[in-house]
Design a binder for this molecule. Structure first.
Ligand code: FAD
Ligand code: SF4
Ligand code: SF4
Length: 466
């Protein structure tokens, strides 16, 4: 390709200033202009063996879409991406590209990889800003399939089946579709208007979404099958929070990260008193954990007006499970990291409100089962910090409701649904599952990949019986 850009660095993406953005909920990263996207596209070497595509769980044809971006034909680029990925504005923003597509890019061997995610985001935003969405002609086959949960795995499975002509209904427990995309990931990383638009595009394929239906309570999987649904896909996620099991965890002002982020994202708590869902974080907040969820909770608490927000994590920065970009953004916004610190107790006043946290310093010992060095408490190192609230972000597991109401559905001891990885079919015939409900808390793109695999397998099985 003529005029290749051999810069070792990605074209920078403009961002809001850290000291401005830590007081608002607007998006942090502002996105490429057409010129920036075209300049970044010229960094791609169009490798014949396309290693980047192998790193994408939904097989986006990366060099092909980048070629169209380089030519300035953004509509064509959108068509190429959406052949394989129905949610490009979302993936371009939240995929852990460093572990997926960009992690395999040859430009990353010397310098930064090609900014695949940034370009994917640009192409999707460009197309949305033009309001130009085409709906393909689909020949319907009249066969009903039910999808449980409207997160990324469920939406992807539903969209893929609808494209193949199936009559798909998604049953969602909450009043809004989107799963973690709507109630978990904050507005400043993933604007909810974009999530709604990408879901609308899937609905245009004929997918019906029924909200406020808790499968296992409102209706069971077996009842769905008796109602004429020939297959069921379970994409119910892993929304049950884990706790620390230390004294003081039931004090007023202790939140699970799930509850805290749901109140802020889905119920717009930051607009109180305009909305009746306040969240009171106070001036000093401790967030326990150091994954992406902890970073989101800490940055949200800062935006709600807290002066001091601590991340309390029992291992060192090297073991921190959050994306580097999230840690970097959190530090820029003034979040204070307390690595090698573990909470021992949450302290409260006579009215039951949080007043502080007792912490024990740690040092790293031998590696544990996870391969990471085990934190060991340093005797006598206990100290107390004053805090007004505590947000616990130490992981989640699948809710037991579906496994306890679906006879024949085998699960792991921790609750994950057991599936055949090639088809995503569970131990119960015609019942498939994918996403966090199978793997435990993972990523949007892995959940989408699972939804796609399941849709192909459901089609194969039902087609053979027609
Ligand atoms: P979910 O998104 O959890 O959706 C499951 C849906 O099923 C929910 O809407 C739920 O209400 C519904 N449901 C549950 N039970 C029932 C029932 N019985 N009946 C009907 N409906 C039901 N991943 C990334 O890739 N990048 C990130 O930056 C990132 N950040 C994250 C930040 C936070 C705060 C959180 C919590 C997660 C983050 N993740 C991120 C992880 C990612 O969001 C999840 O891995 C992904 O959403 C899993 O998709 P899913 O479809 O399996 O489940
Ligand atoms: Fe990369 Fe995610 Fe896009 Fe795939 S969907 S190309 S992993 S950003
Ligand atoms: Fe382009 Fe990188 Fe993919 Fe090669 S590996 S085709 S340089 S994006």
């Amino acid at each position: 390709m003529a005029n290749r850009n051999m810069s070792l660095e990605k074209v920078k993406m403009p961002e809001q200033d850290p000291n401005v953005r830590n007081k608002n909920f607007d998006e942090v990263a502002l996105g490429y202009t057409p010129e920036m996207a075209m300049e970044e596209a010229r960094r791609c070497l169009h490798c014949k063996h396309r290693p980047c595509v192998g790193g994408c769980p939904v097989n986006v044809p990366i060099p092909e879409f980048i070629e169209k971006v380089a030519e300035g034909d953004f509509d064509a680029a959108y068509e190429v991406i959406t052949r394989e990925n129905a949610l490009p504005a979302i993936c371009g923003r939240v995929c852990p590209q460093e572990d997926q597509c960009e992690g395999r890019c040859v430009r990353g061997l010397k310098g930064e990889p090609v900014g695949i995610g940034r370009m994917e985001r640009f192409v999707a935003d460009y197309r949305m800003s033009k309001g130009c969405i085409t709906t393909p002609e689909i020949e319907k086959n009249g066969i009903k399939v039910a999808v449980i949960g409207c997160g990324p795995s469920g939406i992807t499975c539903a969209g893929e089946l609808a494209r193949r002509g199936y009559d798909v209904t998604v049953f969602e427990a909450l009043h809004k579709p989107g799963g973690v995309l709507s109630y978990g990931i904050p507005e400043f990383r993933l604007p909810k208007a974009l999530v709604a638009k990408e879901i609308e595009n899937v609905e245009r394929l004929g997918v019906k979404i029924e909200t406020n239906v808790i499968v296992g309570k409102s209706i069971t999987v077996d009842e769905l099958m008796s109602d004429g649904y020939r297959a069921v896909f379970i994409g119910s996620g892993a929304g049950l929070p884990k706790f620390l099991n230390i004294p003081g965890e039931s004090l007023l002002g202790v939140y699970s990260a799930n509850e805290f982020l749901t109140r802020v994202n889905l119920m717009k708590a930051f607009k109180f008193p305009e909305v009746p869902t306040p969240v009171k974080v106070g001036k000093r907040v401790a967030v326990v954990g150091a994954g992406n969820v902890a970073m989101d909770a800490a940055r949200t608490a800062k935006r709600l007006g807290a002066d001091e927000v601590y991340i309390v994590y029992r291992r060192s920065e090297a073991e921190c499970p959050a994306r580097l970009e999230e840690v970097h953004h959190a530090k820029e916004e003034g979040i204070i990291f307390k690595f090698l610190n573990n909470p021992a107790a949450i302290l409260g006043d006579e009215n039951g409100y949080v007043t502080g946290m007792e912490i024990i310093e740690q040092e790293l010992g031998e590696p544990d089962a996870s391969g990471r060095r085990r934190p060991v408490p340093i005797e006598g190192s206990n100290y107390v910090i004053d805090v007004d609230s505590v947000i616990v972000a130490v992981g989640t597991s699948p809710n037991p409701l579906l496994r306890t109401t679906t006879p024949g559905l085998d699960t792991q001891s921790w609750g994950g649904i057991i599936v055949d990885e090639a088809t995503m079919e569970s131990s119960k015939e015609y019942v498939y599952a994918g996403g966090d409900a199978v793997t435990g808390a993972a990523t949007v793109i892995l959940a989408m990949g699972a939804g796609k695999t399941a849709a192909a397998a459901i089609d194969e099985k039902l087609k053979a019986q027609r």
